[in-house]
Design a protein around this ligand. Structure first.
Ligand code: ASP
Length: 464
């Protein structure tokens, strides 16, 4: 018999059905056994009556077991209707019960809010944690959001392109995760901190409108809203100016979140220069919602732009504030080229802020080799070091590079905004512990001697 999803049971009253799912709650009343059964669409009460041939199996079937039930959908008598509960007015009378996968006693209650469960246990048993209603909702909402963005971007003539995971260490500002090479012992790949350079090369390659649901990996200290890995909707466009990129992102964010039933506080999104934001909020990310609005889940988007390009290093030199591949604002190009007024040079960088988080960041890029070179000169790079780190970009830009710019939207940050969650781990399927241990599996861990030999790596003994 074909399976009926639990949310559709109400259309099958009086009929025989087959449902599959897990037992959330079991109540053994001796002569009868009740199970609350849930599948990915909902939850329903089932009852194994005294005369049911399934009663014996039901007596030994444990909570959280995966089961298949054949039964009849009945209207509950008036006095038994649970008001305000999904499927509170129907129940399935069980004819036969198959245990497809028996469950041991779970290490924590899955029917409750699991955010209070100790982090280590929660992540060790993440597959059980993900069964909880809140986690199911969060992860599915994430999928819906990404899907809506994909659909939006395809409709606007973007092409989805993957870029390499094993790549060269880039000067994006964070520490790289590195991967040793077997074929070139002693040499290392880096995992991408973002697809920045490849997406720019795709613009030189004439792809014009690129996007990717990209993984970005950064070896940074872990925080509530920052993990080693995050995903971003990574976008790059050719023949555009700052306004064009901002317009498409604003339209996409509005369309997708409204489609998912959320409300945007102010349209068009208000804009603040970096200087205004610092003066008004004392920070470049801020929350525009009133206390009352915070209870309603409204999304207060705002743009911040006109950032300083450079900031002082502790050693007294200069480094970029956001992205070394950005262009200066056109009126500051001359100063950059001549190394003048460095502290006053503004960059064509724009950040999207929402409810206190930086949700997206991007810029118009330097597409002329002279400008990009000047950025690196300002940061004190010698010609040789420039050639070594970005020579390939400078060369690519000598072959008809179109003006281009883009942005990356942090998927976890958006989901934290949508769900109201305060921790990244509530919107990622398999996040790491605060100590950097993988969920369920045991990494990082030492390599075997044979693997180390192949890689030509010797591990220094810890001093005792
Ligand atoms: N590469 C930048 C980042 O990952 C985003 C961008 O400028 O497009 O933050």
């Amino acid at each position: 018999m074909e399976r009926t999803y639990i949310k559709d049971l109400k259309d099958h009253v009086g009929e025989s059905v087959c449902i599959r799912g897990w037992i959330s709650v079991r109540r053994d009343q001796g002569k009868m056994v009740f199970f609350d059964v849930r599948d990915m669409t909902g939850s329903v009460q089932t009852v194994v009556l005294t005369k049911s041939p399934a009663l014996e199996v039901a007596k030994t079937t444990t909570r959280e077991s995966a089961i298949s039930i054949m039964g009849t959908v009945n209207k509950r008598p008036g006095k038994n209707i649970t008001v305000g509960v999904e499927n509170g007015d129907i129940e399935v009378s069980v004819g036969s019960l198959d245990v497809l996968g028996a469950s041991d006693v779970p290490p924590f209650e899955i029917t409750e809010d699991t955010s209070m469960v100790d982090e280590k246990t929660r992540l060790q048993y993440r597959y059980l944690d993900l069964r909880s209603e809140r986690m199911q909702k969060n992860i599915r909402l994430r999928s819906e959001f990404v899907r809506a963005c994909r659909e939006y971007l395809f409709a606007k003539k973007f092409t989805e392109i993957e870029t390499p995971l094993l790549t060269e260490s880039t000067p994006e500002g964070s520490r790289d995760f590195v991967v040793p090479s077997r074929l070139h012992p002693g040499s290392f790949y880096a995992l991408p901190q973002s697809p920045q350079q490849y997406k720019q090369l795709l613009m030189v390659a004439g792809m014009e409108r690129y996007f990717q649901i990209a993984r970005a990996v950064r070896d940074e200290d872990l925080r509530a809203d920052r993990g080693f890995e995050h995903s971003q909707i990574d976008i790059e466009m050719s023949f555009v100016e700052q306004e064009d990129v901002m317009a498409i992102v604003e339209d996409m964010m509005t369309e997708t979140v409204e489609k998912l039933g959320f409300k945007v506080r102010e349209k068009p999104f208000p804009r603040f220069t970096y200087a205004e934001a610092m003066e008004k909020f004392g920070a470049d990310k801020f929350d525009l919602r009133t206390d009352d609005e915070k209870k309603t889940g409204v999304l207060a988007y705002a743009w911040v732009h006109k950032f300083p390009f450079f900031e002082k290093t502790p050693e007294g030199g200069w480094t970029f504030t956001h992205n070394p591949f950005s262009a200066p604002l056109p009126e500051h190009a001359d100063d950059l080229l001549h190394g003048r007024n460095i502290e006053h040079i503004l960059t064509a960088q724009y950040d999207l802020v929402c409810n206190g988080f930086e949700t997206a960041g991007g810029s118009i890029r330097a597409h002329r080799p002279g400008i990009l070179r000047a950025v690196y000169k300002t940061m004190g790079y010698s010609d040789e070091r420039i050639e070594d780190s970005i020579g390939h970009m400078l060369k690519a830009f000598t072959y008809g590079a179109p003006p281009h710019g883009g942005i990356a939207i942090g998927i976890e940050r958006v989901l934290m905004n949508l769900t109201g969650e305060s921790y990244l781990r509530e919107v990622q399927a398999f996040p790491m512990t605060r100590g950097g241990q993988t969920a369920v599996m045991n990494a990082p861990k030492p390599l075997q001697g044979k693997q180390l030999n192949e890689l030509g790596i010797e591990i220094k003994k810890k001093k005792v």
